[in-house]
Design a binder for this molecule. Structure first.
Ligand code: ADP
Ligand code: ASP
Ligand code: MG
Length: 461
């Protein structure tokens, strides 16, 4: 034991440590995995690697989480997943051994999928969803070893302890730190540790997940726990852009951005980072790099505490599938405690409100409804409970546009500059002033791309 403590201290005080995360497209196939292996080999400081599931796998798994899926369909989905993984193993040494390990995992998956088809539970959903990362980490470890990087696959559930909120489990950060120091840190002097993003384990040893896109957050949490010097997020674009490059080809990569701005971008839907990613990085002041594993030489975006330029307009984020709930009650007029009751119901159902606007007798609230999420957020039960208090209207089909920048709350003319460019659209729920870094509003889903494109062209021309 003492020897281990010494080696862990040496790692943390003398060598630089980079935690690197590779997203789904970066580990989609063997060629993509080789590019990641080369990035790791070229940077001796990268000692901890977090991988997502190979592209497409989690979406297949989400389908398996549904209730009442027939056997034929379950088998067909599992075969599609097998094809993705075997397409990688065919290029690897130990192909037969790896295929049998993948088959064992898929047999386990089939049992969970059968159980789910008989009797749905969110606990089984999380067990099902975890298989993508279990398989990709296994295969990527082999790719690294074949590439001459001494790597070991590590089951993150040994350290990533969570509560039992399946689908969006909350990590016990104090426990993570203790376990990471004890179990993970000592390995780093000998191996590059490859582990799974997105998954954790609750107190009953059941597998949990941290929410779609959660591998970024897992990587940030591990970087924090291991006191890393850098966190690198390798994805399919050469950094964070002024807006989603899929919306307009005018979007351009940002070289440097502050923690505050990037956190707003992530929170307000820039899919490039899971919303919580920057929280651990900010706590521990760990600089974050975002770059493309396809084109590592092109550089990327550096996210850090302070940056040289702080422009008024930095970027525009878009979050689709928002739900707008309006609660209306004449009893609210001059009354105390109405909002407390509304929020108590929302808290009971573990719903978190995004935007809020109020009038004399009504309150409008928005909720995120992430794509691919395994649960519907505003359930019938929530609406029924709210209806005991007031009139409730639920609207779907809306998108949230967020303009991100600096001093947006205290710079003259910001509102005029933004809304002058989009006068042809129905804008709702404008929220400004709560943060210096964002101004946001809702638009109909069908107008969302055009609004972002027009706004982008005028703010970043
Ligand atoms: P990964 O699988 O590597 O986690 P994601 O698909 O989750 O990758 O995130 C990368 C994608 O995020 C990009 O392909 C891009 O389309 C999208 N994206 C959304 N907003 C932005 C933005 N502002 N800058 C860059 N990419 C963005
Ligand atoms: N594989 C998970 C997902 O697709 C987690 C991740 O990729 O970050 O959501
Ligand atoms: Mg992602």
């Amino acid at each position: 034991m003492p020897a281990k403590n010494i080696s862990s201290k040496l790692i943390s005080t003398h060598s630089r440590l980079t935690v690197a995360k590779f997203g789904g497209t970066s580990v989609a196939d063997h060629k993509a995995m080789l590019r990641c292996a080369s990035i790791i080999k070229n940077d001796q400081s990268t000692k901890v690697v977090i991988v997502s599931a190979s592209a497409g796998v989690t979406n297949h798994l989400v389908r398996l989480c549904q209730e009442n899926i027939e056997r034929v369909e379950r088998e067909s989905i599992i075969n599609k997943i097998r094809d993705i993984q075997f397409n990688i193993t065919q290029y690897l040494e130990n192909e037969a051994r790896l295929n049998s390990q993948i088959n064992n995992l898929l047999d386990e998956l089939a049992d969970f999928a059968f159980k789910q088809s008989q009797n749905y539970s969110s606990q089984t959903s999380d067990a099902i969803l975890s298989f993508g990362e279990q398989m990709s980490s296994l295969l990527f470890t082999q790719v690294l070893n074949s590439f001459g990087v001494k790597a070991q696959c590590f089951d993150v559930r040994q350290v990533m302890k969570t509560n039992s909120l399946y689908g969006k489990a909350v990590v016990d950060i104090a426990q993570l730190k203790v376990h990471a120091d004890k179990i993970l840190q000592p390995k780093l002097s000998e191996y590059v540790v490859v582990t799974q993003g997105f998954i954790g384990q609750d107190g009953l040893s059941h597998t949990t997940t941290l929410g779609r896109g959660g591998s970024d957050y897992s990587a940030a949490l591990l970087a924090e726990a291991l006191d890393a010097d850098n966190l690198s997020i390798w994805t399919d674009v050469v950094g964070i852009f002024t807006t989603d490059p899929r919306i307009t080809d005018q979007a351009r990569a940002i070289k440097e951005i502050s923690f505050g701005e990037a956190a707003e971008m992530a929170t307000f839907g820039a899919k490039i980072l899971h919303p919580a990613t920057l929280i651990p990085a900010m706590r521990q002041n760990i600089p974050v790099f975002v770059g493309s594993s396809k084109e590592p030489k092109k550089g990327g975006t550096r996210i850090q505490k302070s940056v040289e330029s702080n422009p008024t307009y930095r970027s525009i984020a878009l979050r689709r599938e928002q739900t707008l709930v309006t609660v209306k009650s004449p009893a609210m007029l001059h009354a105390n405690g109405f909002l407390v009751k509304v929020f108590a119901i929302l808290a009971k159902h573990e719903l978190s409100v995004d935007l809020i606007t109020t009038s004399e007798i009504s309150v409008a609230l928005t909720f995120d409804n992430p794509t691919g999420s395994t649960q519907s957020l505003i359930t019938h039960a929530v609406v029924q409970e709210l209806e005991q208090l007031c009139e409730v209207t639920v609207e779907h089909g809306l998108s949230l546009v967020a303009v991100i920048g600096n001093k947006l709350h205290s710079t003259k003319g910001v509102g005029g500059t933004i809304f002058d460019k989009i006068t042809n659209f129905n804008i709702r729920m404008i929220c400004q002033g709560a943060s210096a870094n964002n101004l946001c509003f809702l638009v109909p889903e069908s107008d969302a791309n055009t609004v972002v494109e027009q706004l982008h062209n005028s703010l970043f021309a």
